[in-house]
Design a protein around this ligand. Structure first.
Ligand code: SF4
Length: 246
């Protein structure tokens, strides 16, 4: 009988300890979410970002509850997406710069092509023929001169297929806000530093890109003379990639 009572006491104690741990975890999570919401409110109001690394970590771990709360507060999802892209670009930039050009890949969406594009679909994506009717031709030439792997993406599963085949150590991904957001998350899960460059105008055909932004991201690398700039912000006020010198 005594043994049974002792077992019940131990079980009760363990249950109480477990309950305390759960309550403590919930309180700590609520506190972190509250702090992140305060930092987000400050960022939305002023355009400045305080404690970017803390914000990135907080958004990665608590994105779902934060989004729910922001929706309840009637904050547009797009604002959160833009800020998240900006923060992730900033956070990843020093790591990205350390990767040599020939170990990086660039993924462009096919919607950037001209409607008269003569390129053909191949297992390695859409192969630009360099007709010059859109900006892809110049981007491809420069990327290949530097040693990049360069792809025009025909479909959603293509990127992972090329990632598995060529195993780039860093990537530049161009797309609309949702593609960039999802791409950053996907690369984060695969521990590959990814810089997102957003289209200026999204859509299904003839979308527009500020090509200078792509070239700036493409040329960013840690050289002895530029090493001091490695930790500086790499995005503009819209969350898009921007060279640190601007
Ligand atoms: S430059 Fe290349 S991608 Fe652009 S329209 Fe011509 S062939 Fe197509």
């Amino acid at each position: 009988m005594g043994l049974v009572e002792t077992a019940i006491d131990i079980f009760s104690l363990l249950a109480m300890l477990l309950g305390l741990v759960v309550i403590l975890s919930l309180l700590i999570s609520a506190l972190i979410i509250f702090i992140i919401l305060l930092l987000l409110a400050y960022s939305f109001k002023t355009g400045n970002i305080l404690f970017p690394n803390l914000l990135v970590t907080g958004i990665v771990f608590f994105e779902s509850p934060i989004r729910v709360i922001l929706r309840l507060l009637r904050v547009d999802d797009t604002r959160m997406d833009l800020l998240a892209i900006k923060l992730k670009n900033q956070a990843i930039y020093p790591m990205y710069r350390k990767v040599p050009f020939n170990k990086r890949a660039i993924f462009l969406p096919q919607c950037l092509r001209s409607v008269t594009c003569p390129a053909t679909l191949t297992p390695e994506g859409i192969k630009c023929r360099g007709c010059g009717a859109c900006g892809i031709s110049d981007a491809r030439k420069e990327a290949e001169r530097l040693g990049y792997m360069f792809f025009v993406v025909p479909g959603s599963s293509f990127i992972m297929r090329m990632m598995q085949k060529y195993k780039p150590e860093a990537i530049i991904g161009v797309g609309c806000i949702y593609e960039v957001r999802d791409g950053q998350d996907m690369m984060h899960r695969h521990r590959v530093p990814a810089i997102g460059v957003m289209l200026n105008r999204s859509g299904c055909v003839s979308t527009q890109l500020d090509w200078d932004r792509l070239f700036e991201a493409m040329h960013a690398i840690d050289m002895p003379e530029s090493a001091g700039k490695a930790g500086t912000p790499a995005t503009d006020d819209t969350g898009n990639f921007s060279h640190p010198s601007k």
